[in-house]
Design a binder for this molecule. Structure first.
Ligand SMILES: *Cc1c(COP(=O)(O)O)cnc(C)c1O
Length: 378
């Protein structure tokens, strides 16, 4: 990392600035061009391969993740599927946590079947369970920690060590923590992927992804991006850069608001369980303290009461919108465990009645009053 950029705040604000290169503009332009002339060769040819606006975002995110290089993709899933394809070959075997992001699981367990790839799903909370799942053809342990549905964690250092001993590659979906609060490459993980549609963009206005790894691995992964054509559009890169500039202040506020609300819910008589890695009541609280340097705004809780009562509460909230996704400025609620039977709950590992909230940047007392009012009607 450049000496001028020892802190993440400085990286977010200024890494990649080059005023002289852009006619003194404080904000770099959107290079909305597909092609570059070859006669005045500046190292660019075609935006599917490389684009100057996108490269600034890649430099910032690589530095934030303490990785050598990064590549932006058209979405989080594009970064995830390209990274998985990079490390797998036909008839391989993958180990993945049971509640990883649903499209990731579908890609591994259904889509890749046609290439003879098999996936074993594990809880992810026991290193012995992972060790037992390893087969001679295991090529990848895919991690997502914390898991964005149930907020369990995997021990990155122990798993990376185990994987290396068996010649297995590791990829982690680090979307929940952001590069501010968890840097998996330092724990020995091979590739870090993010959906930049969440906190990195931060304003619910882009779909974007990024992968970070060693120079060598990124050189290889650039082939998947080129061949699948899943490059980031320059305008999307510009919006991502705009989001990154305020990432540290936004995350501080998301963290503070969410901790306050989770702590309040944790002692509420009408809440049976709060799933937040930063609460001492979380079963893996100590592991979280080893791996995470902060907590973000997405967590789960289970109100008491019937599915109907919980849905009535959700629909009555005035400051939480029932919508998918998360990580933007606005508070959201989804209902992953509502209406689940006991059997379904056992099978999926999702607690019955689970609500997932993405705590936004609104005034925290406004959000607390809204939840208090909702819970009082159950
Ligand atoms: C949203 C999300 C993704 C997928 O990202 P897209 O940008 O929507 O493709 C992957 N992992 C997690 C944990 C997510 O929340």
């Amino acid at each position: 990392m450049n000496d001028n950029f020892k802190t993440k705040e400085d990286i977010c604000a200024h890494l990649g600035d080059d005023y002289a290169r852009f006619l003194g503009a404080i904000v770099p332009p959107i290079f909305q061009t597909s092609i570059f002339t070859l006669s005045d060769n500046q190292g660019y040819a075609y935006t599917r391969g490389a684009n100057p606006t996108t490269e600034i975002a890649e430099k910032k995110i690589a530095a934030l993740e303490e990785g050598e290089e990064a590549r932006c993709f058209s979405s989080g899933m594009a970064a995830i599927s390209a990274s998985i394809m990079r490390v797998l070959s036909k008839d391989g075997h993958v180990i993945c946590p049971l509640n990883a992001y649903h499209p990731t699981r579908v890609f591994l367990s259904e889509y890749l079947q046609r290439f003879g790839v098999e996936t074993t799903f594990v809880s992810g909370t026991s290193i012995e369970e992972i060790e037992q799942a390893i087969r001679p053809n295991t090529q990848l342990i895919f991690l997502e920690s914390p898991v964005s549905y149930v907020f369990t964690m995997q021990d990155m250092g122990a798993i990376a060590e185990l994987a290396k001993a068996h010649g297995i590659k590791t990829i982690i979906d680090n979307t929940w923590a952001t590069p501010l609060y968890q840097n998996p490459l330092a724990f020995g993980i091979d590739i870090v992927v993010h959906s930049a549609s969440k906190y990195l963009g931060g304003h619910s206005d882009i779909v974007a992804g990024v992968a970070i790894a060693s120079k060598q691995m990124i050189a290889e992964l650039t082939q998947e991006r080129l061949l699948y054509g899943a490059c980031m559009d320059p305008h999307q890169s510009w919006l991502l850069l705009r989001g990154l500039r305020t990432l540290p202040v936004r995350m501080r506020q998301h963290q503070e608001n969410a901790m306050k609300i989770a702590t309040y819910l944790d002692q509420h008589p009408k809440v049976t369980q709060v799933l937040h890695p930063g609460l001492p009541s979380h079963p893996q609280y100590e592991l979280g303290r080893k791996q995470l340097t902060g907590y973000t705004g997405l967590f789960g809780f289970c109100p008491t009461g019937s599915a109907d009562a919980i849905m009535e509460m959700v629909n009555g909230l005035r400051h939480f919108t029932n919508a998918p996704s998360w990580g933007g400025f606005e508070s959201l609620v989804t209902t992953p465990g509502v209406g689940m039977t006991g059997d379904q709950s056992k099978l999926t590992g999702i607690p019955q009645g689970l609500l997932r909230v993405s705590i936004g940047l609104e005034n925290v007392d406004t959000l607390l009053e809204d939840l208090e009012h909702g819970l009082s009607k159950i």
